[in-house]
Design a protein around this ligand. Sequence first.
Ligand SMILES: NC(=O)c1ccc[n+]([C@@H]2O[C@H](COP(=O)([O-])OP(=O)(O)OC[C@H]3O[C@@H](n4cnc5c(N)ncnc54)[C@H](O)[C@@H]3O)[C@@H](O)[C@H]2O)c1
Length: 269
Amino acid sequence: MAQNLQLTQFLNKVVLITGAAGGIGRAVARALLETGAIVCLGDVNTDGCEETVQPYLEKNKSAKHLIYALDVTNASSVKGFVDIVVATFGRIDCAFNNAGILSGSKPLADVDEIEYDKVVDIDMKGIFLCLKYEIPAMINTGDKGVIVNTSSTLGIVGDKLSAAYIAAKHGVVGLTRAAAMDYADQNIRVNALAPGLTQTAMTEHWLADPKYQGPLLSNIPMKRPAMPEEMVGMTLFLLSDASSYITGHVMTVDGGMTMQLKSKLRSEY
Ligand SMILES: NC(=O)c1ccc[n+]([C@@H]2O[C@H](COP(=O)([O-])OP(=O)(O)OC[C@H]3O[C@@H](n4cnc5c(N)ncnc54)[C@H](O)[C@@H]3O)[C@@H](O)[C@H]2O)c1
């Protein structure tokens, strides 16, 4: 079986993206618009989604896209997004479930229940709801589907002061593997992207503050954050036929952060 390795394979593919108003979601949405995909952008921030598509629309007025005021924590909002995409374009070929927020920096016992619930609702339950409605829509309207969920390096390793976020992002990995198992025999592939530190609205306050910037970058072998555009290659690879035999995996794109052995002795070399 020959694999399709061309980016043109996304031409007229219907791709749903959550968290498309900025950062990683915006970079992936713009890259997909360039390939000729039909991009459906969902976010609580619809003005940000308009900005995402603006440069592309200036070049190509006929580009097909859809913007939806989405709250990933709300089942009827997620179902409404999936329903309107199917009603408008007839199917969903790919989904990039990417909306997320950070938790505040504090030790676990200082995290209050309301903050914990908010982070877990958006970062983990949001992924559950997207999978719950996207997968049947893919099965009912096509012969295959591909999904990428955004986890984090903090979905595969621990760290200090981020209990709710770490729990939620580990949960995204669990949901990814569970969905991959449940639907592998129905031609649905589900993988996770685990970005390292990426320069977006989520992290700009840290990266702009010398107190945090030094320690953050010192943990990264490549000694710099990723730009959001550096998440595009892996995401499009996972959404494409080039990864046709890959499901249930977590792909780190982290400048080497999670592969290193951290010990005081070795860090002195
Ligand atoms: N920036 C990083 O260093 C980094 C590292 C690892 C993982 N991530 C993950 O990458 C994803 C994208 O983050 P980003 O860095 O691009 O940040 P970002 O803040 O630019 O993007 C997150 C998007 O999610 C949207 N969003 C928030 N709550 C929502 C809700 N309830 N419903 C719908 N949309 C909602 C926001 O409006 C925003 O557009 C997140 O899941 C984040 O956890 C980011």
